[in-house]
Ligand binder design. Sequence first.
Ligand code: CS2
Length: 395
Amino acid sequence: MPRILHLGVGNFFRAHIAAYTQDTPGWQITGVSFRSGTIRDGLAAQGYDYPLVIKDAQGTTVKPITCLTDMYVAADDPGGVIDAIVSDDFDVITLTVTEKAYHLDTHGQLDLDAADIQADLGGTGTTVVGVLARGLALRRAPVTVLCCDNLPDNGAKLEKAVRTFADAAHLSLGCDVTFPGCMVDRITPATTDAMRAEAGNPMAVPTEAFSEWVVEDRFAARRPDWPGVQWVDDVAPHEMRKLRMLNGAHSFLAYAGALRGHTYVHQAIEDARLRSTAQVLMAEAAQTLPSDMHAQAAPYATALVDRFANPNLQHSLRQIAMDGSQKLPIRILATLRDRGHADSPALDCALNAWVGFVQAEVAAGRALDDPRSDDLRAACQSADPDAALRRIIGA
Ligand code: CS2
C-alpha cells in the first residue's frame, strides 16, 4: 500500500492532511514528531486512531481518522527517521512543522548559524531540514516533498534550505525529488481538556467544517488523489490570498483582541471596532493580489468573517499570537511592502498591535511564546522599545 511520511503530527496535520488522506482509499501515513514523544504515546495507546471533532456554527459532527498507522520521534531516534526518508516505502513526504522549525532568516534562507542547525551539522540529526537533507542524500527512489506550512513559496523555500544544509554537510541529494508549493487552510484550535471530555477521547482534535488545499501538480512519484484538492501549476496567488487575508486578519485579531481583553477569535470579531479594522485589513491585502484574484477577494473576506465568528470553535487568540516574530513579516510586512506609499491604516494597526502586545506581555511578567523571546524582551528594556521591536522583524 502506498504511504506518506508526515513530519509534524500536531493538530493541524491531524485535521487537514490526515482527513484528506482518510478519504483517499489505499493510502496510509507514518508520522514523525520531532521533539517529544507525548503525541506518539497518546496516539499509540489507541492504535493511532482518533476522532476529528468538526464544529461549525450549527453543531458538531465526528469523523473517525484511521489512516495514521505508526510514528517515530526524531529526538529519540533520528536514525529511524532518516531511514524512513531513505526508504522507498514512502512516495510522498509531507510537512507541518510551523514556520520556526525551518530556521529561515528574514530573507527566507536557511540560517546556518542557528544553534539547532549548527548542532545538526555537528551530527545530532534532529532538525527538520537536517534529517531531510541526510535522508534524501541516501535515497535512490523518486519522492515528492510537500511543505504544508504557512510560508510564501513554501516548496521553493524548503528545497533551498535542504540544498543549503546538504552543501554545508558535504552531501548531495541522491534521488529525483520535487518540492511542489501548496496552500493549506483549516482553522484548528489546540485541544482543551473540555474538548477531550466532550469527545471522550484524550487525542480528539477540534476543527471547523471548512477546508481548502491547493497543490502544485509536480509529483516525482505516486500521487495521492486527495478528494477536494485543487491541482494547479502555480500556487502563489492562492497562497498570497490566504496568508495575507486570513492569516493577516488572524494575527491582527490576536494582538488587538488580546489587548482589548478578549480570549477567543469569535469574541474579537464580534467587537465592532476590531471587525471593521479586520475588514479594512483584508481589503488592503486584497489590493496586493494578482488582478485575476480581485473578483473573489470580497466574497472570500465575507466568508472569513463568518468563519472567525464560529462560536463553537473556541479558538484562543493566544494560540495565534505565538511566534509573532516569524509570522508578522509574512502576514503583514510583505503586504505593507507591496503597497509602497499607499495608505494602509489597518495593516499599520496590526503592526502596532503586535508591538503593543509584546510590551504588555513583558510588562505583565508573562513568558513570550516566540523563538526570539530573549531579543524581544531586551528590546522592551531599551530606550525606544517600539523602534527596537520593529527592527527585530525588519519593519
Ligand atoms: C493561525 C493559523 O495560529 C495561527 O497563526 O493564523 O494557524 C490559521 O488558523 C490557519 O492557517 C488556518 O488555515
